[in-house]
Design a protein around this ligand. Structure first.
Ligand SMILES: OCN(O)CCCc1ccccc1
Ligand code: NI
Length: 183
């Protein structure tokens, strides 16, 4: 069972690697990995379990965060009727995205980052993702809203990108924007 001690933190090299494609059909090992990732999310979202196991709540988890450099993502969000929606994405590929961007007003956090990092993390508002599920079926997913932001956060982990890499430094943009003679 995954607990916080299994989650690697910033500075660990695996977080900066590009994760490997997963061989299909899924090995028993990989199947166990993705089920344990979803179990972690369930436990982390259950107040009693989270307290008992001292888990930080998480809406998503990428395999590199448990030091498995493979393209496996687990996402557990809730629909408008507060029912959980569980997604296991294997070898996910971003096939298209909106021009429009979106972001969480409150910024983002990460189970692999033990500190608050302020700042807006720009994301695509809508994305189309191709991925295999645990039954080796290839699916096309369309995400928008909060789910799209979470999925992009996880996709970044598969490419060695941390959310704070994307926090724009508006001062830099301003400097570039102002004509030279006026500074
Ligand atoms: O990689 C998963 N993780 O570190 C847990 C936090 C996920 C997450 C938090 C805020 C916005 C998008 C995604
Ligand atoms: Ni993260």
């Amino acid at each position: 069972m995954i607990t916080m001690k299994d989650i690697i933190r910033e500075g660990h090299p695996t977080l900066r690697k590009k994760a490997e494609q997963v061989e299909l059909p899924l090995s028993d090992k990989n199947l166990k990995t993705l089920h344990s990732m979803m179990e972690f999310l369930r436990n982390s979202q259950d107040p009693e379990k989270a307290e008992e196991l001292e888990l930080r709540p998480g809406v998503g988890l990428a395999a590199p965060q448990i030091n498995v450099s493979k393209q496996i993502i687990a996402v557990r969000t809730f629909n408008d009727n507060d029912e959980p929606k569980e997604l296991l994405l294997i070898n996910p590929k971003l096939v298209s995205h909106s021009q429009e961007t979106a972001y969480l007003e409150s910024g983002e956090g990460c189970l692999s980052v033990d500190r608050p990092v302020e700042g807006i993390v720009p994301r695509y508002a809508r994305i189309k993702v191709e991925a295999y599920n645990e039954h080796e079926e290839k699916n096309i997913f369309r995400f928008r809203g909060y789910e799209a932001i979470v999925v992009q956060h996880e996709l970044d982990h598969l490419n060695g990108i941390m959310f704070y890499d994307r926090i724009e430094d508006y001062e830099d943009d301003l400097k570039q924007a102002l004509p030279a003679q006026s500074v």
